[in-house]
Design a protein around this ligand. Structure first.
Ligand SMILES: [Zn+2]
Length: 51
């Protein structure tokens, strides 16, 4: 065993900017619900829904 890899953290792909983002401590309780990499992308997604 060589220890735990950082790559073991879960990742998702943001549908707005199409970039992968990695699990963060602040999301530990809401990871299932997180869709976007940032508040900015979440805002963008809302704008798009409106049109
Ligand atoms: Zn994004």
């Amino acid at each position: 065993m060589k220890g735990v890899r950082k790559a073991d953290l879960p990742t998702k792909t943001c549908p707005v900017c199409n970039r992968p983002f990695t699990w963060r401590k602040k999301w530990e309780r809401v990871w299932e619900l997180v869709k976007y990499c940032s508040d900015r992308c979440r805002g963008e997604a809302r704008k798009r829904e409106r049109s």
